[in-house]
Design a protein around this ligand. Sequence first.
Ligand code: 13P
Length: 256
Amino acid sequence: MLLHKMRKKLLLGNWKMNKLASEAKEFALASAPFAALAKKNNIEIGVAPTYLSLATVKEFASKDMIVAAQNVHFMDHGAYTGEVSVPMLKEFGIDWVIIGHSERRAYDNETNQKCHDKMKVLFENNMVPVYCVGETLAEFEAGQTKAVVGRQVREGLADFSADDVKRLVVAYEPVWSIGTGKNASSEIAEDICGFVRETLRDMFGSVADEIRVLYGGSVKPVNVKEYLSCPNVDGALVGGASLKIESFEELLTNIL
Ligand code: 13P
């Protein structure tokens, strides 16, 4: 069996700052049929709602759906106004968290070091970080993609063990392709996801073959299959096209 075939495909919706809790509940209540379809086809699916909808989605969605937070603080509790901690997520059974999304890097000063501190707590708690990396348009045009992504991977994951990172998911999301409709070609996605895996192999050895590397950035039902056909692309992190139930379902059926 080819090594990449060992990795279960993963389709994850990042809802960003979208959906009222009532709308999130509607989506969750409709999730049973497509969650069952995904399970039958050995594909993992999930969504990352806002903090205010996490508990609702966790309660009403199919138990086969991953429910992920979009961020977390690295301290357990304390004087950190506006933040939410790991124990608070765990109380609701949430153990997946998106870390270092480019929008948080851009608007909330999320550095590689901060991402590292957050992932440390997640690994200590047997949780799953979805660590986002990706270059800006200026960096892409200057031919710096691998330098930037390599640094994000090496600094964000510095000093962890192979045992820690076996639960990790990495998402390569070129900033210039997020929400722009301007996709990275599947060749670029394969090249950079492969580069991420090589970097992980250099850092952690053969566990790199078990770590899922996703592509994200203007993934739509019409192009999702092309990305997931690439040997080093193990799934997709989808923004806009994950919001509507029909569109999410179509993303799934198009990769079956
Ligand atoms: P879009 O799919 O809307 O481009 O967003 C991608 C993304 O940022 C997922 O995290």
